[in-house]
Design a protein around this ligand. Structure first.
Ligand code: SAM
Ligand code: DTB
Ligand code: SF4
Length: 332
């Protein structure tokens, strides 16, 4: 077994040791693991669209979209198909290879499924990878999505099992794991990660990564979000977590899941170029592009184009010869 063969038997002690390494040692290990599995200068870009905003029945303490939280967000109906097609075409022009559609639902209802399936098919027809994040799904819904051409399903475990009750009360950690298993059984790729900076301990961050790495198969995509504090949510006044802790979390994720895409996700707007560069050095090889996440802003495309230029990074699409850095600048 090579040093970088994916493992599924991580112990809390082993993960704790990685997190506590001197930063240079941790980064060296992470970059070595990264180079064994990926081109170190290529970044995959995904774009997000909120297809059903607000009014969610769940009570996630970080979320602008929970009906339990008193935020300024207005609940909206599901968006028309044409809005999805327009947003996905623009995202492709801007260098995205994957388009992720998010809905503020506990779970999709039967009446929603035909609309979602139309959206997945239309995005797939544009030549993009498809991803949805719709909350809990049952076996039949997972199969329908797979048959429609869905590539990825995003369903985050968000934090450790021990900390889960401090984050949400309307569902359990096990509910999330059960849905991940249902999606795997339907042959859909998993995008699952979490949020750091919600007041958890380093041990919780390690346990979250351990849960992901010890799944029977590693998730293909692991988003690491930094909490975006939203006024009116219980976590709205949390202080920003130290950027080095984000870098460490990414590095440990990279070492534990060497063949997975690790995405530097929400929170990029609060990072300067140097912190983002360290995240890429730690093994992050995916970002959300475009100026919006779901309900909050994201790093602007022109800033990303400049950062890529400075760091000598290329988008995965460019790597495949479909788009040039000049194209990126023009669409910025
Ligand atoms: N309702 C579905 C669900 O919960 O899976 C899909 C949408 S939900 C907004 C998708 C993910 O976005 C959450 O699991 C969480 O990890 C992330 N997220 C939501 N609000 C966030 C925030 N304020 N800061 C960072 N990440 C956030
Ligand atoms: C993920 O891990 N992060 C994205 C996506 N998956 C769905 C969402 C981030 C949301 C940030 C807050 C907002 O814009 O509402
Ligand atoms: Fe609803 Fe998802 Fe927000 Fe939780 S994270 S309140 S399930 S939209």
């Amino acid at each position: 077994m090579s040093e970088h063969t994916p493992r599924h038997d991580w112990t809390p002690e082993q993960v704790g040791i990685l997190f506590d390494l001197p930063l240079n040692d941790l980064l060296f290990q992470a970059q070595t693991a990264h180079r064994a599995g990926f081109d170190p200068n290529t970044i995959q870009m995904s774009s997000l669209l909120s297809i059903k905003t607000g009014g969610c029945e769940e009570d996630c303490n970080y979320c602008s979209q929970s009906a339990s939280n008193d935020t300024d967000l207005k609940a909206e109906k599901i968006v028309p198909l044409q809005d999805v097609v327009d947003a996905a075409s623009n995202a492709k022009q801007a260098g995205a290879t994957r388009f992720c559609m998010g809905a503020a639902w506990r779970n999709p209802k039967a009446r929603d499924m035909p609309k979602i399936i139309e959206m997945v098919k239309a995005v797939k027809d544009l030549g993009l990878e498809t991803c949805v994040t719709l909350g809990f799904v049952d076996e039949k819904q997972a199969e329908e999505l797979q048959e429609a051409g869905l590539d990825y399903y995003n369903h985050n475990i968000d934090t450790s099992e021990a900390n889960y009750g401090n984050v949400v009360s309307t569902h359990t950690f096990q509910d999330r794991l059960d849905t991940l298993a249902t999606l795997r059984d339907a042959n859909i790729k998993l995008c699952t990660g979490g949020i750091i900076g919600m007041g958890e301990e380093r041990k919780d961050r390690g346990d979250m990564l351990r849960t992901l790495a010890n799944l029977p198969k590693h998730p293909e995509s692991v988003p690491i979000n930094m909490l975006v504090p939203i006024e009116g949510t219980p976590f709205g006044d949390k202080d920003k977590i130290d950027s080095f802790e984000l870098v460490r979390t990414i590095a440990v994720a990279r070492i534990m899941m060497p063949k997975s895409y690790v995405r530097l996700s929400a929170g990029r707007m609060s990072l300067d170029d140097s912190a983002q560069a360290l995240c890429f050095f730690a093994g992050a090889n995916s970002i959300f592009c475009g100026d919006r996440l779901l309900t909050t802003g994201n790093a602007a495309s022109d800033a990303d184009a400049q950062l890529f230029d400075k760091l000598g990074l290329k988008s995965e699409q460019h790597f495949e010869g479909k788009i040039t850095p000049e194209d990126l600048k023009q669409t910025a």
